[in-house]
Every structure is written in structure tokens, then in C-alpha cells.
Design a protein around this ligand. Structure first.
Ligand code: FES
Length: 115
């Protein structure tokens, strides 16, 4: 596992999300106030992009059917049988890094950058 640079803090709208692709995953980067979170961006219900949902109190609500997913745990209170993967986030000098398995990264690609 390594931290990979995935975005700048200025890329993420306040109280909003931003979709990136890293390795084999589509990941949503979310901002609430000065806190940043990363979770799998595809809703486990029907595949909606959670980064297009709305955020309230460390939860993102799916834009299609409004199921909630906690940005730290990935758990849903509306649909407890559903959960999304979460990724540890580090912010340094206005850049956002997430912890991701090295073996899922394509080393022939120029992106993403490692710190
Ligand atoms: S697609 Fe997300 S709740 Fe249905």
C-alpha cells in the first residue's frame, strides 16, 4: 500500500465530490469543511456516481435513490446490507493523497504520482 496523489484540494467543491480513477477503481473524493474523504464512487445499489450526491454530516446521499453512506466507514443506515470501500486520505500542501494497493496500479502509466 502506498499513498498516491489524486487531486488538489482546489479541485474538490465545498460540500461536494469529485470522481477520479485509480488502478481498477472509480473513487469519489469528498470535502466537508476542511476535511477530505475517499470512498468507492459507484453506489452498490444501482451504480450511481456518489460524487454527484449531496453531503450532510459526514454522509453522502446517493443522487439516484438517496441511500446514505458514511464517508469514514462506508456504511449505510438506510440500507445496512450495503457498504462502500473507504480509503485513508492525507492532505499535504494543497494536494490530496489516498492510500491504495500498489499491485492495482498500472506502472506503465504516468499517472497517478507517488509522493
Ligand atoms: S443507485 Fe444509489 S441508492 Fe440506488
Amino acid at each position: 500500500m502506498s499513498y498516491f496523489k489524486v487531486a488538489r484540494t482546489s479541485d474538490i467543491p465545498a460540500q461536494g465530490g469529485w470522481q477520479i480513477r485509480l488502478g481498477q477503481d472509480v473513487i469519489g473524493i469528498f470535502r466537508q469543511a476542511d476535511d477530505y474523504f475517499a470512498i468507492n464512487d459507484l453506489c452498490p445499489h444501482r451504480g450511481a456516481p456518489l460524487s454527484e450526491g449531496f453531503i450532510d454530516q459526514e454522509k453522502v446521499f446517493c443522487p439516484w435513490h438517496c441511500f446514505d453512506f458514511h464517508l469514514l466507514t462506508g456504511e449505510s443506515t438506510i440500507a445496512p446490507h450495503l457498504c462502500v470501500t473507504t480509503y485513508p486520505v492525507r492532505v499535504e500542501n494543497g494536494e490530496i493523497f489516498i492510500l491504495y494497493p500498489d499491485e492495482l496500479i498500472d506502472r506503465n502509466s504516468d499517472w497517478p504520482d507517488e509522493p
